[in-house]
Design a protein around this ligand. Structure first.
Ligand SMILES: O=C(O)CCC(=O)C(=O)O
Ligand SMILES: [Fe+2]
Length: 279
């Protein structure tokens, strides 16, 4: 792997890999996406439910696990993340589905996945795979270098007009600071944050560290539909870090793989036999 790519991931928290997936691999990913939309799992939800801007999200569908564990053996991410992180081992965590349609889906508000998932460490990565040619204005956006920054509270994705409405809230232990309203600040001053985003073609994949502040741009009449499959991976430097105690509805280990998370203590290596080892 190109040393520059490794350095960019380390410094910036995200890189784009052009032509990462060939057409056969992309077709396998699309098959998994379509199956997931037809077969909602217990964690499926509507982002901004009940508004015109709602969009479909599903996360770690247990009914898709076998199929996705098989899929990731056909994809290059084990090797790519081993090289990108400098990790001896790479495991697959699970998928997330983002389906925005109707030409008016709100953006996925800026957030860190680590507000919802009990994770810390350097060796974490999301592979963001979209099946359309996505213009830059509708693509994933990452605050450059924020994977090295503090942990914020996450948005609860209930009100598209309030992109920072807190998930854990004031009473949470430990308290996490409320997110800045990155979109509002950028509207006032485009230089307020250094934002990374790329126009992508089918087969290009954005790799990002899930602690980075990131958001998925809205759809609009020029680009009405986005189908995105996110696959998450971790390596040697991946540690369990419990979520705040709060009335968010998430337990200390989140809502995914709770049985496995219950066995882990703060500071334990993030390991469980349920996660498929790729490298
Ligand atoms: O595609 C999106 O809208 C959001 C993606 C995201 O949040 C993620 O990859 O974790
Ligand atoms: Fe995310």
């Amino acid at each position: 792997m190109d040393a520059a790519l490794r350095r960019s991931f380390d410094d910036d928290g995200a890189v784009v890999v052009r032509n990462c997936l060939d057409s056969d691999q992309l077709a396998l990913c699309r098959g998994a996406f379509d199956w997931a939309v037809e077969n909602h799992g217990p964690n499926a939800s509507m982002m901004f439910e009940g508004t015109e801007q709602q969009s479909h999200v599903d996360n770690a569908n247990p009914n898709a696990k076998e199929r996705l564990d098989e899929l990731v053996t056909q994809l290059p991410f084990g090797k790519i993340f081993a090289d990108l992180w400098g990790s001896e081992n790479v495991w697959y965590f699970a998928e997330e589905i983002f389906f925005k349609t109707g030409g008016n889906s709100a953006r996925t508000s800026f957030h860190q996945d680590t507000s919802y998932l009990p994770w810390t460490g350097k060796h974490w990565g999301n592979a963001w795979i979209s099946f359309e040619a996505v213009p830059k204005k509708n693509s994933l956006e990452i605050v450059k270098g924020s994977h090295r920054g503090i942990q914020y509270d996450g948005p609860n994705f209930t009100d598209p007009n309030d992109p920072t409405s807190p998930l854990h809230g004031e009473a949470a232990v430990p308290f996490l600071p409320r997110l800045p309203d990155i979109d509002a600040e950028l509207a006032r001053d485009p230089a307020a944050y250094d934002i990374l985003s790329w126009a992508v073609e089918p087969g290009d994949v954005v790799l990002l560290h899930p602690h980075s502040l990131h958001g998925g741009a809205q759809t609009d009449p020029d680009f009405p539909t986005r189908h995105t499959l996110v696959l998450r991976f971790f390596g040697d430097d991946a540690t369990f870090r419990s979520l705040p105690e709060s009335n968010s509805g998430l337990g200390r280990g989140g809502i995914l793989f709770t049985e496995e998370m219950d066995k882990l203590k703060d500071g334990d290596r993030f390991r469980a036999p349920v996660f498929k080892k790729l490298v």
